[in-house]
Design a protein around this ligand. Structure first.
Ligand code: ATP
Ligand code: MG
Length: 590
């Protein structure tokens, strides 16, 4: 099997605004003097250390609360790819500031998916971090903000705060608690920390500007009471930081230079900068500070990617688990036979921009086809079998035909295909009465059996059900492909076939797109209404002998049909195949 090795980021030369920003910073030496204490920490922790050998630092920060999907692949390829390209390091960071139950299953699967895509978080995977490890620092930073008069404890109810936030056109109203003395704020905040107050009784807010045109700057909440256990810190905390407060601090503690995020965080950037600037001015963070850069998220047609929808598909058993080959999860994509190289190509091709747009699912499929075309050995499979009997074939004779493993790679050599007097062909390769332009088998017509002989159809018989059960033909002795006389026999049709005695039957799952609508769940329909009922069909097909011992994960092109991968639940000597993608896009006409 061509293994999942990394290719140098395809098209790394294609520039975009993120690369331009990084190149500008590198040229100016903006981050060249930063120190790196070997692990994340506040400014003073890095201060005496050596200069950071990583030219840039990026991070991939998933919440460990679900399986990664195709959208995450974009973020992964961008963050890890840029670090790779510019002599930097990309951190793997679990953004686990919410005290929810952590499922080890998600953590393991996230790490495995990033590795599968071909990336590492440092030469020895040493840059693996958890945001919850920074809780002490986040807390100290909050006290520092209070001490400097930049944060206060608000005791309004959530409803009151909502009512005074203002709107896009109206300024907000200042809280009656806004001018609480520092000492009182500190006392209350410490009580919040120690579990003295119930959830919702108080909240810590940054003190910025209730009249700011940007609602995110109107004294945003930074710490909330949540008397809940955290899977890593246990019952130590009764308060947890808000994401918008935690994330910039995580970046700064880790010496991140370029913090890439999706466009919906654009309005948060002023707060990101405000917060880090404050903390740096208190001497708590090293300068220069990380910068947030937003890019458009990946939206794919014929797909849903929200965690909630994916979970529902699994929980309600519309699919066979998270790694069902129809799922847009990376575990599902992998089982489907999609390749890491295909994903890198996709991300390079869709590029990054500042406006959200939809990428057609066929772009993803084309990337996979392109890579698989290059790496998948060719094999023969008959998916809808019909018996072809060669009446003039000498009884008991078995011949060898030679078929190239890859038409453009002679160095991959040829394999032998046995041929005998009884073959399997595709049912669609025979017609009792041909339609116009049909050049395959019909009574009186000749075709070439690919890599084999020319045969002439002499007749057919039908079963009790009225369906054609057997086609008869005669073969032409001196017409074998690759032999001197073969070219004299001109025929218009070429079909594939398998010798019935040597072919073996296997389960093949024909997968297709999970949804039949471009934008599932829109136009008044629920997304489940748009499931494609034909997204999985299981058939028994005949495969050539060389496929009998195929191993899980091996990929092939079944000639004329598409790309297939051996499923993980195959038994030795009895592989099961998943169709990754057809050779041509059959959805164009839809
Ligand atoms: P949640 O709603 O739970 O936050 P999420 O999809 O944002 O879901 P995260 O685990 O927070 O999940 O995502 C990790 C990273 O992946 C984030 O930086 C996020 O911006 C990025 N990401 C998520 N979805 C996409 C997408 N469709 N395209 C590009 N990046 C994405
Ligand atoms: Mg998120």
């Amino acid at each position: 099997m061509p293994n999942d090795t990394k290719t140098p980021s395809e098209g790394a030369h294609i520039t975009n605004f993120i690369r331009q920003a990084i190149e500008k910073d590198l040229a100016a030496g903006k981050y060249a003097q930063r120190k790196w204490g070997g692990e994340p920490g506040p400014g003073p922790k890095h201060a005496g250390a050596a200069t950071d050998s990583a030219k840039i630092r990026t991070r991939f920060p998933p919440e460990p609360n679900g399986y990664l999907h195709i959208g995450h692949a974009k973020s992964i390829c961008l963050n890890f790819g840029l670090a790779e390209q510019y002599g930097g390091v990309c951190h793997m960071r679990f953004d686990d500031t919410n005290p929810e139950k952590e499922e080890q299953e998600y953590v393991d699967s996230i790490l495995e998916a990033v590795h599968w895509l071909g990336y590492h978080w440092g030469g020895k995977d040493e840059n693996l971090y958890h945001a919850s490890d920074y809780f002490d620092w986040m807390y100290q930073f909050a006290e520092a903000l209070i001490e400097h008069g930049d944060a206060y404890v608000d005791s309004q109810t959530a409803d009151e705060m909502r009512a005074t936030r203002g709107s896009l056109t109206e300024a907000g109203l200042e809280s009656p608690y806004r001018s609480r003395p520092v000492a009182e704020n500190l006392k209350l905040f410490r009580e919040m920390r120690d579990g003295t107050h119930p959830d919702g009784a108080h909240i810590l807010r940054a003190k910025i500007d209730m009249a700011s045109p940007n609602i995110n700057m109107r004294d945003p909440a930074i710490y909330r009471i949540k008397n809940a256990e955290h899977h890593r810190t246990g019952d130590k905390w009764h308060i947890y930081p808000m994401y918008t407060y935690a994330h910039p601090i995580e970046d700064a503690l880790e010496n991140i230079t370029h913090s890439l995020c999706t466009l919906e965080f654009e309005d948060q950037r002023p707060f990101y900068d405000w917060l880090l600037e404050k903390l740096a001015s208190f001497g708590l963070l090293q300068r220069p500070l990380p910068q947030q850069i937003e890019f458009s998220r990946l939206n794919l047609t014929y797909t849903v990617m929200s965690k909630r929808f994916l979970k529902q598909l699994v929980d309600e058993k519309h699919v066979d688990g998270w790694d069902d080959p129809r799922m847009p999860t990376l575990v599902g994509c992998r089982r489907r036979g999609f390749t890491p190289e295909g994903f890198r190509m996709l991300v390079e091709r869709v590029g990054v921009s500042k406006s959200d747009s939809w990428i057609d699912y066929s772009v993803l499929e084309d990337c996979m086809r392109e890579h698989l075309n290059d790496v998948a050995p060719r094999r023969i499979a008959v998916l809808d079998p019909l018996k072809l009997v060669i009446d003039n074939w000498p009884k008991g004779r078995v011949d060898e035909c030679l078929a190239p493993n890859h038409p453009q790679k002679p160095e991959w050599a040829k394999r032998s295909l046995p041929i005998s007097g009884e073959l399997w062909i595709e049912r669609e390769d025979f017609m009792e009465v041909p339609t116009k332009g049909y050049f395959r088998l019909f009574p009186g017509n000749s075709v070439r059996l690919k890599y084999g002989y020319v045969v002439r159809c002499t007749g057919y018989s039908k079963g009790a059900d009225g369906r054609v059960s057997e086609v008869h033909c005669d073969y032409v002795e001196d017409s074998k492909s690759g032999t001197p006389g073969a070219d004299q026999h001109k025929v218009k049709g070429v079909i594939h076939w398998l010798s019935a005695a040597q072919a073996h039957q296997c389960e093949v799952r024909l997968y297709d797109r999970l949804f039949r609508m471009v934008h599932p769940g829109t136009g008044g329909r629920g997304f489940l209404d748009d499931l494609n009922p034909d997204a999985k069909k299981t058939i028994a097909a005949y495969l050539e002998p060389a496929l009998k011992d195929a191993k899980a994960g091996e990929r092939f092109q079944f000639e004329r049909h598409g790309y297939f991968v051996v499923d993980r639940d195959s038994r030795p000597g009895a592989p099961t195949f998943n169709r990754t993608v057809t050779l041509r896009d059959s959805w164009l006409k839809v």
